[in-house]
Design a protein around this ligand. Structure first.
Ligand code: FEO
Length: 398
């Protein structure tokens, strides 16, 4: 459990969570890390802490460098418990001179830990503090992704400590972008954006514009989860620009759940029709795909066709849950269509259309409903629906 030097007198002292597989509903098959950083200067400074369960790892890494009691300042970039859960215990051990946080961070820390006597110092946006050799400047990043979120920038080393932004849930023995599989790194970054930040895309756009306008030179981006962007920080900035503009890739998804395979037969026919138009399509059964993996694909898809059987005048529970999840994340700039089989009442297609309208998807067809089990003509109707979706995708991507 060694610390890792990331710049002269700046160390990664965080924790690696190899075991976590669920992050409030987001599947983390590759674990995660809780990144914390120690700056050795006249004023020794700890940036963020870790999840409460991982405090011994944090302390062990710090003790390899310095006695924790010698830490003067703690910077809290983000109050969510995966970064502040260890804070109360660290406060007792360190007894720091200052706890530096945003205005909203101050409120949130009080509401989490109820310790009005902690030595808070509010960091205004663009304010600076000297640690001796190094200077920290602060940038409030409200709603990226909590009201309290802020970035801390070390001017001399040009390192941006970016809180949750630019992170990935990826446990590894490596700490830097150039040391890991690039496809896996970008996949995990996209999954993180899709499941945590899609809703805040307008805020991401404003932030990227502000960073440009400030002419902030960035040698390294150090998020609170996963790999640090040292070798190619431009790569993740470009990806965030593309994802936050909802840039679509010309592909389509057919996402469905089925009771007795009728809606599944329809889904396959819809996918065939999309593919007939030369559009790449993926068939996604909600029984076998986790909602957070589906959202990762939704992030860049141009079209989504939703299929569901009717159950008790409504939707199957997996589809209802997925729609609730997707609606919260507000993906935009997509074409939509619905289909489904039913026995007598048949509300599913109407409900799917209403959900897509609520998300401002561009619905290209009223949808296809089929009673009980589809036969050849019914499946042909589904292929036609697919073709219509495929044509709409092509028209939009030309
Ligand atoms: Fe990683 Fe919003 O906490």
């Amino acid at each position: 459990m060694k610390p890792v030097a990331i710049a002269p007198n700046i160390y990664w002292v965080g924790a690696i969570d190899w075991d976590i597989r669920d992050f409030h509903g987001y599947s983390t098959y590759e674990g995660s890390t809780y990144n914390a950083f120690l700056i050795i200067d006249e004023k020794v400074t700890l940036i963020d802490t870790v999840k409460k369960s991982h405090i011994s790892e944090l302390l062990h890494r710090i003790r390899n460098i310095i006695d924790p009691k010698k830490i003067d300042y703690i910077v809290v970039n983000h109050v969510e418990m995966d970064h502040s859960g260890a804070l109360p215990e660290m406060m007792k051990i360190i007894e720091p001179e200052k706890v530096i946080c945003s205005k909203m961070g101050h409120k949130a820390l009080l509401q989490h830990f109820h310790k009005a006597d902690w030595p808070f110092e509010i960091a205004e946006s663009d304010s600076e503090i000297s640690l001796g050799e190094k200077t920290l400047s602060f940038l409030e990043t409200r709603m990226l992704h909590w009201p309290d979120s802020m970035f801390t920038y070390v001017k001399e080393d040009k390192i941006l400590f970016s809180s949750d932004a630019f992170g990935q849930h990826l446990a590894s023995s490596e700490r830097f972008d150039g040391e890991v599989n690039q496809a896996e790194l970008m996949h995990q970054s996209a999954k993180y954006y899709a499941n945590i930040l899609t809703l805040y895309s307008p805020v991401v756009q404003k932030l990227l514009a502000k960073v440009n306008e400030m002419g902030l030179e960035i040698n390294m981006i150090a998020p609170d989860h996963g790999i640090l962007w040292r070798d190619n920080p431009g790569q993740i900035l470009e990806a965030y620009d593309k994802w936050s503009r909802h840039e679509a890739d010309g592909s389509a998804l057919v996402i469905y759940d089925t009771m007795w395979h009728s809606t599944e037969m329809m889904a396959k026919a819809v996918a065939d029709g999309i593919n007939d138009e030369g559009v790449s399509v993926q068939l996604i059964n909600l029984r076998t795909n986790h909602r957070s993996d589906v959202m990762t694909k939704v992030l860049t898809a141009s079209a989504i066709a939703l299929g569901c059987s009717t159950l008790n005048n409504g939707l199957l529970p997996r589809m209802a849950g997925f729609l609730m999840y997707m609606r919260g994340l507000k993906p935009t700039n997509k074409i939509g269509a619905a289909f489904g089989s039913y026995g007598w009442s048949g509300e599913a297609v109407k409900l799917l259309n209403e959900a897509m309208e609520g998300m401002k998807l561009e619905i290209v067809d009223p949808g296809v409903r089929i009673k009980y089990v589809p036969e050849h003509d019914n499946l042909t109707e589904c292929v036609e629906l697919g073709r219509k979706i495929g044509k709409a995708v092509k028209a939009k991507t030309v």
